[in-house]
Design a protein around this ligand. Structure first.
Ligand SMILES: [Zn+2]
Length: 338
């Protein structure tokens, strides 16, 4: 097994990976596609406190070795590999409450990601992909799972207005999910391209940098503003903008696909006595996310994606860094491994 491992900031090395034999019920998966996202780029730049691991925050592949009848898996199955696993050692894990693990292992961050020819994984983390789920859709299962966590933790009800600050691919997915649950997303962005993608995705209330967000949201909600607001930390928008769209005592979810740091001024949040929730994973939502894609609840065909090959990964990452520095944003890149 070989993979692109981060050694130092801006330095990748194609390393031989040790085939750990610890744990039971391991399956070997030939990785076919992986995703490079903002979290990988920030990790590459040394801007997160991730570990020296193989990058690639999402991946799919074909089962090449597995024990017979284990979890119904067979050699040749196309599978999604859940990129989050519980540590098994913290107090919550020992108490069996894995979803509250406080030291989660996250692929590409503190656990090996999927930029490798093979991965040896716990078979319980493999999910069979139905034919109706395309490879590209499957690479966004972790983002859909995170969006499901946001909907769940905010307790979104039918008819609720929900402001989403930041319209990257994750913001777009979350907005579509809210529509599926009959809520009313209002997505705001300072990026013209994302605004157009949001409109193409059928998001009716999409506001761009020319709009006065506070005024427009006030008009849309009949001056009530939003009792649920989602701030996408990957987007370069001041957090105060999210607080401005919240009603008194509202819930503001701070979330995103990366651990990007943003300076926060809490004055407005204190004035309105807002509740702030931090949400960083969609633990336990993988099966539900696959079902949502299979049922066409979310349409990912408008999302903007780049693509590259396994061999070109170091160059691609350098280019993604340059794009991030110039334009303050990068889109996900699909890496073809076969
Ligand atoms: Zn744990």
């Amino acid at each position: 097994m070989r993979g692109w491992k981060i050694i130092n900031p801006y330095q990748l090395e194609e390393s031989d990976l040790i085939e750990s034999t610890s744990g039971t019920a391991l399956s070997k998966v030939k990785i076919t596609k992986a995703l490079l996202s903002l979290s990988d780029v920030l990790h590459f730049m040394g801007e997160t406190d991730g570990e020296n691991v193989v990058l690639g925050s999402s991946g799919i592949g074909i089962v090449s070795e597995t024990e017979t009848n284990l979890f119904g898996l067979e050699k040749g199955n196309r599978v999604y590999i859940e990129p989050i696993r519980e540590c098994g050692e913290c107090a919550n894990c020992k108490g069996g409450d894995y979803s509250k693990c406080d030291q989660l292992k996250i692929a590409g961050d503190n656990d090996n990601g999927f930029l490798s020819n093979f991965a040896l994984v716990d078979s319980g983390k493999l999910f069979l992909l139905p034919e109706s789920v395309r490879d590209l859709d499957a690479l966004f299962i972790n983002q859909i799972s995170l969006a499901l966590s946001v909907v769940d933790k905010l307790g979104i009800q039918k008819g609720d207005y929900v402001a989403i600050v930041g319209a990257n691919n994750f913001g777009n997915i979350l907005a579509q999910l809210l529509i599926y649950y009959q809520a009313v997303p209002i997505i705001v962005t300072n990026n013209d391209e994302d605004l157009q993608i949001a409109k193409n995705s059928g998001l009716y209330y999409a506001l761009g940098q020319e709009d006065n967000w506070q005024k427009e949201v006030s008009q849309i909600t009949g001056a009530r503003m939003c009792k649920s607001v989602v701030y996408i930390s990957d987007c370069n928008i001041p957090v105060t903008k999210a607080f401005n769209l919240a009603s008194y005592g509202a819930c503001v979810a701070y979330t995103g696909v990366s651990y990007k740091n943003s300076p926060i001024s809490f004055a407005q949040a204190v004035r309105k006595q807002l509740q702030i929730l931090c949400i960083n994973n969609g633990f336990g939502n993988t099966a539900a996310s696959i079902n949502l894609i299979a049922n066409k609840a979310i349409n990912l065909s408008h999302l903007k994606l780049d693509s590259t090959t396994y061999e070109a990964v170091p160059e691609t990452l350098k280019n993604m860094c340059e794009t991030l520095e110039k334009q303050d944003k990068v889109y996900e890149t699909v890496v073809d491994l076969v």
